[in-house]
Design a protein around this ligand. Structure first.
Ligand SMILES: Cc1cc2nc3c(=O)[nH]c(=O)nc-3n(C[C@H](O)[C@H](O)[C@H](O)COP(=O)(O)OP(=O)(O)OC[C@H]3O[C@@H](n4cnc5c(N)ncnc54)[C@H](O)[C@@H]3O)c2cc1C
Length: 426
């Protein structure tokens, strides 16, 4: 491969696609190098046989904050059907094996603003604390540990004691959540790739930057490509692993930022029913339970989503890393034991012999986790990682670099477009 172009983009996830689309609109030549055999990165729709062949998003599934999400108008303009998840969903919360009373459910609903206010009070002096410190500041609150379990491991894929409360507050998502019918990965492949030059199965191995006039060269197994500039959109997990070399080495503050933004992990565990029992739950029902104390894991379930015949559990943080190491059967057992604690032995009869699916983003060498989080005191690392290097000839973009949409498709897309606006070259 002997190519000389304006800008080379590393990675065909949302950030890389966002960057390339913006560069194309500016009339600049651009090539995306993608290590894996598919487009979309952590937006990936499959049709697993174990779940009966229905579409299933292995990674991202929702357009968060739909009212402000730049991907929503793209889907709408193309006539894609978007499902309003918040409107079709019902919710059940359990305390042990009984359902929460109305009064308890109200107290739970009020616990979220209570938790946010407590975080803001702790952060008001401009410093930072961990999310677990927020729970500690609410002794006697019966729901604080449950909110912590949601906001830490479940939503942000990290245990609360490792997670910056400031990072959490800076990236709090509002608005509604929409689901692209047919899957978000399929939407990305269908709508966000038109006219882009993407080389699949072409990992970038080494980036030489700071050459004459800021030129950059990117080494691959099939040759070296030179460009006026380079936008790198790989995850912080890939950057920290060092499989992509930089010459000269990245400045210390960039290396520090990468290590201040480690990858969290979230596993989806889907179990298919092998019988007519639906656990007396309505379709598309979200099930969670009260968590007794800070640090304990929560595995919420979405049961019978869109009327399908499976339940999907979600587990994040340290428990997810432990289960990933222990293997798929351990993750399935964990999900079954969580369901059994609420619904009893009927769970075993219902799911015995049904199919299952466990996602494994930890094992994808081109991602190495779910999405990144900032460790306490390091929320600013996101801003620092996005600052142009070498007068804009080398830039980082991706979910890690965005605020207030860190860890999302929209954040990655916006960050890629911002990098395209700031990058030199060509
Ligand atoms: C389980 C899960 C659920 C999620 N749920 C949601 C959700 O509901 N809504 C939401 O908005 N977000 C969600 N997210 C987060 C969202 O998917 C990510 O924030 C976003 O997709 C990240 O995009 P990116 O472009 O920054 O990175 P990536 O998608 O990781 O793209 C980077 C690309 O770089 C490639 N690459 C890596 N190394 C190299 C190399 N050396 N050379 C060339 N290419 C390379 C990778 O293969 C990858 O394709 C979820 C993520 C996961 C894992």
């Amino acid at each position: 491969m002997n190519v000389d172009i304006d800008v080379v983009v590393i990675g065909a996830g949302l950030a890389g696609l966002g960057a390339a689309a913006a560069l194309k609109a500016q009339g600049r030549s651009c090539l995306i190098l993608e290590a894996s055999g598919r487009i979309g990165g952590r937006a990936w729709t499959t049709n697993p046989a174990s779940l009966g062949g229905v579409w299933f998003d292995m990674g991202a599934v929702w357009f968060h904050d739909a009212e402000n999400n730049p991907l929503v108008p793209i889907a709408e303009a193309a006539g894609d059907r978007l499902l309003r998840s918040n409107e079709i969903r019902t919710e059940r919360t359990y305390i042990g094996s009984r359902e929460a009373t109305d009064a308890e459910a109200r107290s739970y609903a009020d616990a979220w603003p209570r938790f946010e206010e407590a975080a803001d009070a702790l952060l008001s002096d401009g410093g930072d604390v961990s999310l677990a410190d927020v729970t500690r500041s609410l002794p006697g609150d019966p729901w604080a540990a449950t909110v912590e379990a949601w906001e830490g491991p479940v939503i942000c894929a990290v245990d609360a004691n490792r997670f910056s409360a400031r990072d959490w507050r800076r990236n709090a998502l509002g608005g509604s959540n929409l689901v692209a019918e047919g899957g978000i990965g399929a939407f990305v492949a269908r709508r966000l790739t038109t006219g882009l030059d993407i080389r699949l199965n072409t990992p970038a191995l080494r980036i030489r930057w700071g050459g004459k006039h800021g030129r950059v060269s990117v080494e691959t197994a099939t040759g070296t490509l030179t460009a006026g500039a380079c936008i790198v959109t790989v995850s912080t997990g890939v950057l920290a692993a060092g499989t992509l070399a930089f010459e000269p080495a990245l400045p210390p503050d960039i290396q520090e930022s990468i290590h201040a933004l480690p990858m969290g992990l979230a596993l989806k565990v889907a179990l298919r029913a092998n019988g007519p029992d639906r656990l007396d739950l309505p379709l598309h029902c979200s099930v969670d339970r009260q968590i007794a104390r800070s640090g304990l894991a929560l595995m919420p379930f979405q049961c019978w989503p869109f009327g399908r015949d499976y339940v999907q559990g979600w587990i994040g943080g340290g428990t997810a890393w432990d289960l990933a190491k222990a293997g798929e059967a351990a993750a399935v057992d964990h999900a079954l034991s969580e369901l059994r604690a609420i619904f009893g032995g009927r769970v075993d009869r219902l799911f015995a012999g049904g199919g299952s699916l466990v996602t494994s983003w930890d094992a994808d060498p081109w991602v190495r986790g779910a999405y990144c989080y900032a460790i306490p005191g390091q929320s600013h690392a996101r801003d620092r990682l996005g600052i142009p290097l070498a007068d804009g000839h080398l830039m980082f973009a991706g979910e890690a670099c965005n605020v207030p949409y860190a860890g999302t498709l929209a954040g990655a897309w916006i960050s890629g477009q911002a990098a395209a606006a700031a990058v030199s070259g060509g």
